[in-house]
Design a protein around this ligand. Structure first.
Ligand SMILES: Cc1ncc(COP(=O)(O)O)c(C=O)c1O
Length: 378
């Protein structure tokens, strides 16, 4: 449809959500986080990350994460620069001993598998793959040489979520989970996982460029034993260096302090409101609004057909007989942004993030806006 017609289409103000940010990361940052950033501007921003004020801030983030996820004694919260993508490389050097198994069901899970495939010091990874829109069944080999199982809690590219389970094996194989878009929004159990890693620009409404990994004592043991083996590892990717720095509430090199201010404020908000169960209830409520709406419309259909795998945080909705690009153009012209489908998926689809910062009523209002647009352009 003619783009001027689309950009001139005004959605009635009573239908508009209170906030139009529905991106899957970077995602909505709440106003009180920005207030916290402004009040941190004289004593934190622009000050040394090796001095007490910033170290205390990082300490507060680490302890609030431990509380939010109720991680058992002996676990450590590791922090470093570079985001979850960098963590894949760090894990390739310092977590996988020799052989990993990867559950691949979209772009992000496939990228980690590819990083491992190219690593000359590791053997060919074992890939269990299923098509976009599905979730591979866990097939843990009981007697295999696999020392690290690589799972993804929420495939952001497709909006599919995986149930996290540890294989029943008597040995020390690790379960390493990419939780980049799930963390803080979907429940999980520390009994089933050894490493739960993510970036803070999604469920934690902060900014990109940092990775955070919650590590079990078994994972710490693995990091330390690989480090002792003297296998070559660049210092910026060395998890044993990240571990030592994190214990001292520091990062190996200079972090983005504003990222930690925003993250700290979001964690306070989550914990004050009831912690992870409250966050999960919020995302579940939002997701119910979105998927119920899509199921009731002739022009919409949830991309993930099996309900148990539908993500409560990243909802992918296929459109039928309406161009999703046209809908997105009108939404953006009305200040509702980042509802585009994952670029490489190539579907006629909307993708809506429902992280805890997003008001469930805003998800409801978004669906009313889409109804209005479809009616207007059909
Ligand atoms: C599931 C998942 N893993 C990893 C990443 C990469 O994160 P980053 O861009 O912070 O490196 C993303 C980014 O969207 C993601 O959604």
């Amino acid at each position: 449809m003619n783009s001027t017609v689309l950009t001139n289409l005004r959605i009635p103000s009573e239908l508009l959500p209170s906030d139009g940010r529905f991106g899957s990361g970077p995602s909505k940052i709440r106003a009180s986080q920005i207030d916290a950033l402004i009040s941190s501007s004289t004593h934190l921003l622009g000050t040394s990350h090796r001095q007490a004020p910033v170290k205390n801030l990082i300490g507060s983030v680490r302890s609030q994460l431990s509380e939010l996820f109720a991680i058992p004694d002996g676990w450590q919260v590791l922090i470093g620069n570079g985001g979850a993508s960098l963590f894949w490389d760090a894990a390739t050097f310092g977590l996988i001993h020799k052989c990993s198994q990867h559950y691949v069901f979209g772009e992000f899970s496939s990228k980690f598998a590819q990083a491992v495939r190219l690593a000359p010091h590791l053997s060919e990874p074992i890939i269990v793959e299923s098509p976009a829109g599905t979730v591979p069944a866990l097939k843990f080999a009981q007697d295999s040489q696999v020392d690290t199982y690589c799972l993804t809690h929420n495939e952001t590219s497709t909006g599919a979520t995986m149930n996290l389970l540890r294989p029943a094996r008597p040995d020390d194989a690790l379960v390493v989970v990419d939780a980049t878009s799930a963390a803080g929004s979907i429940a999980w159990s520390a009994n089933e996982v050894d490493v739960y890693y993510f970036s803070p620009q999604k469920g934690f409404a902060s900014e990109g460029g940092t990775w955070i990994a919650l590590c079990s004592p078994r994972a710490i043991e693995r990091i330390e034993s690989i480090a002792k083996s003297k296998r070559w590892c660049p210092a910026s990717l060395d998890l044993s260096i990240a571990l030592e720095n994190s214990k001292a509430n520091q990062t190996y090199n200079t972090p983005s302090i504003s990222t930690f201010v925003l993250l700290d404020e979001q964690l306070k908000w989550m914990l004050n409101n009831g912690g992870l169960p409250w966050c999960v209830e919020r995302t579940t409520t939002s997701a119910k609004y979105l998927y119920d709406w899509a199921e009731q419309r002739k022009f919409a259909e949830p991309f993930i057909s099996d309900r148990q795998f539908r993500s409560p945080v990243v909802g992918a909705i296929d459109l039928v007989g309406v161009d999703a690009n046209d809908v997105n153009v009108v939404l953006r012209a009305n200040k509702i942004v980042d509802t585009d489908s994952y670029r490489k998926l190539g579907r006629n689809q909307l993708r809506v993030s429902m992280f805890p910062a997003v008001e469930p009523t805003d998800v409801q209002k978004l669906t009313a806006c889409i109804d209005f647009i479809v009616e207007a352009i059909s």
